[in-house]
Design a protein around this ligand. Structure first.
Ligand SMILES: Cc1cc2nc3c(=O)[nH]c(=O)nc-3n(C[C@H](O)[C@H](O)[C@H](O)COP(=O)(O)OP(=O)(O)OC[C@H]3O[C@@H](n4cnc5c(N)ncnc54)[C@H](O)[C@@H]3O)c2cc1C
Length: 441
């Protein structure tokens, strides 16, 4: 597809409406052979290449000006093997495709919290979601992948096949090739008890102090991320809360239903609880619960960091900046990354922050392009206030294009091994439209 084609304008759009890129060619691939051909063509034409999975990336890394986009959005098949509890997922799937296919068997694999996010980008960067404490990151459940390399050759990576590349794709992003298929381990996850608890925003200080003590000691079946938010003006939220700025925790409990009430009893005692919204629901319902709030095309500005503690100074800054949400869709989330995710060593995958307790993301959002500066200013001010309390680096999938220093801060000592692997498989840095790892000299 090229700019003169009728479908081009729609096809080039990214999820983040703040970013507009105009590729010279969009190659809508249907299979591995198409991906190989697209890469060959871009080599021959000297075109820069971007790979588009779900197109969700905050920095717009699924596209490239004047280059070629390997668009995987037609590659959406999922095959579940209930016997071995695995799923083979095509490289252009969204998480909703996976949840739909696996839920039929009462199975799931850890993903993110929005079902329209691409499996490709989310997995290759790490993958945080409602099941992180219990089952680890998405990469911790990746068993194998099919990859088309920069030279157009095809390899399968797993613990036994090309283990160096298997190590690198579990967090190193799209730096090493185009992943045309992922194989995930599945787990018996069917109905979960999930939903938000909400408090007035002036109680953020108290709620955060409770949260920081409670979540790390809770059983790993209980996941809960903290959020600042404006309550959406519609069901299931009671009318008196509509549009109110609040703080909350979004819970997902995968343990015995009969134990959830007892486990969450301390939550009811915190401050003046305005809503206790937990209820049993099929896992895919939780996974798609926020989709409607974040449709494609909104203006988005992102900043992030990892945290090992939430001391009183950090709590104070969160309460200060969180209470100034610039628009109704803007938010800040603190995702727990302890539990199962912390039992993998910091060198076992490129994900260097296995000792972090939270991944923070400050995410300013609005439909109106005129608000771009307001979104940016709030996000950067919030992030700058908290950064001194952080561990120094951020989850690569919550970053925009922030430069090489931030990429290195993400990977810490693992950067050198990633750079060596990049040198081996992509010495020319053909795949550079990503959080780029420079090939070792
Ligand atoms: C509303 C929203 C909610 C989110 N929630 C979560 C969450 O809960 N948890 C979480 O972990 N993250 C979350 N994210 C962040 C998300 O993980 C990143 O935006 C991720 O980059 C999205 O992947 P994608 O395939 O949709 O993106 P794309 O823009 O298509 O791609 C992003 C990057 O990945 C590369 N890539 C994508 N697919 C492939 C492939 N098959 N082979 C090789 N390279 C590929 C691209 O080249 C690009 O560099 C969220 C993002 C949004 C916008």
């Amino acid at each position: 597809m090229v700019p003169r084609d009728a479908e081009y304008e729609d096809a080039r759009k990214l999820f983040n409406g703040m970013i507009s890129k105009k590729p010279a060619v969009i190659a809508r691939c249907k299979d591995v052979a198409d991906v190989m051909e697209a890469l060959r063509f871009s080599h021959a034409q000297g075109l820069a290449v971007a790979v588009r999975g779900g197109g969700h990336n905050g920095g717009g890394l699924g596209s490239v000006d004047d280059g070629l986009v390997v668009d995987l959005s037609l590659m959406r098949g999922v095959r579940v093997d209930p016997k071995s509890r695995t799923a083979q997922v095509a490289g252009g799937c969204q998480w909703g495709d996976v949840d739909h296919a696996t839920h039929a068997f009462g199975l799931a694999t850890p993903a993110g919290i929005i079902s329209t996010t691409g499996v490709g980008g989310l997995t290759l960067g790490g993958g945080i979601g409602h099941l992180t404490r219990k089952l680890g990151l998405t990469i911790d459940n990746l068993l194998a992948a099919d990859v088309v390399l920069a030279d157009g050759s095809f390899v399968t990576v797993s613990a036994d096949q090309n283990p160096d590349l298997f190590w690198a794709v579990r967090g190193g992003g799209g730096n090493f090739g185009v992943v045309t298929s992922f194989t995930f381990r599945l787990h018996p996850i069917d109905t979960v008890i999930a939903g938000p608890t909400l408090w007035p925003i002036d109680q953020a200080d108290e709620v955060l102090r409770f949260y920081r003590e409670f979540i790390g000691k809770a059983p790993e079946e209980l996941n809960g991320f903290f959020a600042f938010l404006a309550v959406p003006p519609g069901p299931p939220f009671p009318e008196e809360l509509h549009r109110k700025k609040m703080c909350g925790i979004v819970w997902c409990y995968t343990g015995k239903a009969s134990e959830s009430e007892k486990l969450l009893a301390p939550v009811r005692k915190v401050g003046k609880l305005a809503l206790y919204g937990l209820q049993p629901m099929p896992y895919p319902v939780l996974q798609s619960a926020f989709d409607g709030l974040y449709p494609p095309g909104l203006q988005q500005y992102w900043r992030a960091d990892f945290f090992r503690e939430l001391n009183d100074g950090a709590v104070k800054e969160h309460a200060r900046h969180g209470s100034r949400l610039p628009t109704p869709l803007s938010t800040m989330h603190l995702y727990p990354v302890d539990g199962a995710a912390s039992r993998i060593g910091p060198k076992e995958t490129p994900w260097a922050y296995r000792d972090a307790l939270w991944a923070e993301v400050v995410f300013a959002v609005d439909p109106d392009p005129a608000k771009a500066k307001v979104l940016r200013d709030w996000t950067v001010e919030y992030w700058e206030a908290l950064h001194p309390y952080s561990m120094g680096g951020a989850y690569v999938n919550f970053m925009m294009e922030e430069g090489q220093e931030r990429v290195r801060a993400t990977y810490l000592e693992n950067y050198q091994r990633l750079a060596a692997t990049k040198h081996k498989f992509d010495p020319e840095n053909f795949f550079h439209v990503n959080q780029n790892i420079l090939p070792a000299a």
